[in-house]
Design a protein around this ligand. Structure first.
Ligand SMILES: *Cc1c(COP(=O)(O)O)cnc(C)c1O
Length: 405
């Protein structure tokens, strides 16, 4: 069987597509578990997992079966009518995460936007903040998505530049700095929006105890703690939610990405207080949010995550992967970071661009993604085995000990 050459797909993409991505030169046509295959039949270990949307692995058979079954029965009702998948989805996700209320959306950025709207409304109607004065605190180097509302409080030049004007009402503080949080809180602060571990910034793990302090400050000042667990959640860090590493509970938790196991965009705002209760009919919505296909897929995605021990496996294999990366002796490596299967190698600036190492890894059968010039991120599906981790480590070590400047 022959397929058009790789360059042909890439050139056609370039000709017709907006060039808002710079993908590695590989064209994929099939995936199964931790592996993907390109159009030429070469196999790769996927160490990106679509930015953690594929925690359950590619094309998980049980999620696929749920999707196919539901797709043949009922896909979309809109929220103008009830459907028989939404209630069980609510019950199951609330039970699993210990949440009281659920708002279903589609993309991660929509979940972030929905949380911002909800906490503002809560601020005006419950906390008593004067209308139009609500403030939300966020962190430098955050990543919460690409909508206008969200990029307005990014600190990354490429993300923001020439997309303004932006919405006011956000204060930016350094990540991991409790004193800065305390200083930024005013009587008009309604929420602190933060990632448990900053993913796109390069897997930045805050100092131990940071989130315990954050929780205390938020409670003391009646500020809603919104944890964006769109990337860290659903097993990625070796716990169902990354907040569990800190023994805290957010007021509002955002999930997306792996909530559908990579089949379909499904996101959710979860809250354990009155925040979502402020939304009344007609005040917020989404045509596709909570549709029966999304709910059926998400239910299956959550079920296999728990039933197949993927969260525990992420903890075990993450430890193995981190140890292995840490034992690579190479001048190129400046630091190795990780929790669970959310891992990164930061290169010394003299080692050259991380992209070059990702290209070299591709030739060895590993797909990984550079972030911020000098960092390579490793985030395989949570179904990875010890043998596969060892296989990857051997190849990663071989590449990192080369000079690719
Ligand atoms: C990916 C991501 C988002 C945005 O999700 P989209 O589905 O791409 O809109 C938001 N927050 C975090 C932490 C993410 O990793």
């Amino acid at each position: 069987m022959s397929s058009p050459p790789v360059d042909d797909f890439i050139a056609r993409e370039a000709r017709f597509g907006a060039r808002n991505y710079e993908p590695l030169g590989v064209v994929l046509s099939r995936g199964e578990g931790v592996f993907v295959w390109d159009t030429q039949g070469n196999r790769y270990l996927d160490c990106l997992s679509a930015y953690s949307a594929l925690n359950q692995g590619h094309c998980h058979p049980k999620i696929l079966a749920a999707m196919v079954e539901q797709a043949g029965r009922l896909t979309l009702t809109s929220r103008a009518f009830h459907n028989d998948q939404l209630a069980p989805f609510y019950e199951e996700i609330a039970e699993l995460t210990g949440s009281h209320k659920v708002l279903p959306m589609n993309s991660g950025a929509e979940a972030v936007e929905s949380a911002i709207k909800s906490v503002r409304k809560w601020g005006y109607e419950v906390k008593g903040v004067p209308d139009g004065q609500a403030e939300i605190i966020v962190c430098a180097n955050n990543f919460h998505g690409r909508t206008l509302g969200v990029v307005g409080f990014s600190t990354d030049a490429a993300t923001r530049e020439h997309f303004g004007p932006f919405a006011p009402g956000f204060r930016i503080i350094p990540f991991g700095d409790l004193a800065a949080l305390e200083a930024a809180i005013t009587p008009n602060t309604v929420a602190f929006l933060v990632e448990p571990i900053q993913g796109e910034a390069g897997v930045i793990i805050p100092p131990a105890g940071y989130f315990t302090g954050v929780r205390e400050l938020c409670t003391a000042h009646e500020v809603m703690l919104i944890l964006d667990e769109i990337q860290t959640g659903l097993g990625r860090t070796g716990k169902l939610l990354a907040e569990q590493h800190e023994g805290i509970e957010a007021d509002v938790t955002l999930l997306g990405k792996a909530l559908s196991g990579g089949f379909y965009p499904v996101s959710a705002v979860l809250s354990n207080n009155e925040v979502l209760g402020t939304l009344k009919p007609g005040q917020h919505g989404s045509t596709f949010g909570g549709n029966p296909l999304a709910c059926a897929v998400a239910r299956a995605a959550l079920r296999v995550l728990v039933e197949e021990g993927m969260i525990e496996n992420a903890a075990v294999q993450g430890e193995r992967f981190l140890q292995g990366l840490g034992s690579i002796r190479a001048n190129t490596v400046r630091e190795v970071r990780g929790r669970g299967l959310m891992l990164a190698v930061e290169l010394n600036p003299e080692a050259g661009r991380a992209r070059r190492y990702c290209e070299a890894l591709q030739l060895e059968g590993i797909l990984a993604k550079d972030t911020h010039e000098h960092t390579i991120r490793f985030a395989p599906p949570l179904v990875i085995t010890s043998d596969q981790v060892d296989w990857a480590l051997e190849r990663i070590a071989a590449i990192l000990t080369q000079d690719l400047t």
